[in-house]
Design a protein around this ligand. Structure first.
Ligand code: AG3
Length: 279
């Protein structure tokens, strides 16, 4: 008998991947966590039935959420990462020897332990000595932080369930306060292709725009996320991701990346007209 994992992308669209084996399934205090092994996408992590990570395409998301801000300001030393229990964002950040401290705030310890056991491809650098993991609600954690971080990355789930608070005005305001005077905030910004997602994303974008002087979105092609067209939000107190971007400096680091490159950095901020109209 064939086993398929199906995520409902809209009420009229399903996305399915054939599963070779279910490796893990558990209900945590926050969500249902499943890990499947699949032929086409390798191991996949789903939370409450939504795909978070697949071994085959996670490099796209993690390259874009990490290297775009890091290349915009090469002097980033202290980073706060909200969510990110699979470890992919941390793996990319730890490649920068210039980063001194990474605080990761993940609400669900079971996501971390499941990924450490079954998806070492993303979880491999969670033990780096610069990484401090706090098992707390990111929304609460940022309330007490002031002028501390050069970069905040919000690597969250969708804006419903445990991740809902990470799209609120209160949260973005606290992120603003947590950042240093030249700080950058990057978040996973959902997709605007399907109408069902548009209003939520627009609301979140508007909230960020009201707080930060520099705001933009950039895009990537992520095959396993709804519509495959995914956005990231860029907000900063000072640096413009294009005007202040020094491609040469990043290229001199010699990092080998499978998706990100400095031409793509610039191109990713050129979004389609239908997206521009919504912002
Ligand atoms: N976080 C964003 C996942 C959003 C996907 N949505 C969906 N499948 N409906 C991914 C976490 C990776 N570190």
């Amino acid at each position: 008998m064939e086993l398929w994992f199906t995520e409902q992308h809209t009420k009229d669209v399903n996305f399915s991947i054939r599963v070779e084996k279910q490796l893990y399934s558990s209900q945590s205090d926050f969500q249902k966590i499943d890990i499947f092994d699949t032929k086409e996408f390798g191991k996949i992590l789903t939370l409450d039935g939504y795909i978070m990570v697949t071994e085959k395409d996670e490099f796209i998301y993690h390259d874009m959420i990490t290297h775009v801000p890091m290349a915009t300001n090469p002097n980033i030393k202290k980073v706060l990462v909200i969510g990110a229990g699979d470890g992919g964002t941390i793996r990319e950040l730890t490649r920068y020897s210039t980063i001194e401290q990474i605080d990761m705030v993940e609400i669900d310890p079971m996501v971390v332990s499941a990924c450490q056991e079954y998806i070492p491809q993303t979880a491999c650098k969670l033990t780096d000595e610069r990484v401090h993991i706090y098992y707390e609600d990111g929304l609460k954690f940022v309330r007490t932080k002031n002028n501390e971080y050069d970069l905040v990355i919000v690597d969250s789930t969708d804006p419903f369930g445990p991740g809902e608070g990470l799209f609120t005005k209160e949260f973005y305001g606290n992120c603003y306060n947590a950042l240093t005077e030249d700080g950058i905030l990057v978040n996973q910004h959902e997709s605007t292709f399907y109408d069902e997602y548009v209003a939520t994303m627009q609301r979140a974008h508007k909230r960020i725009k009201e707080l930060f002087p520099v705001v933009g979105v950039y895009q990537a092609h992520i095959p396993t996320y709804p519509s495959g067209h995914w956005l990231f939000g860029f907000a900063s107190k000072k640096y413009d991701p294009i005007k202040d971007f020094h491609a040469d400096q990043w290229n001199q680091l010699g990092l080998i990346t499978k998706y990100y490159n400095t031409d793509l950095h610039v191109g990713a901020f050129a979004v389609p007209n239908y997206v521009k109209e919504l912002l």
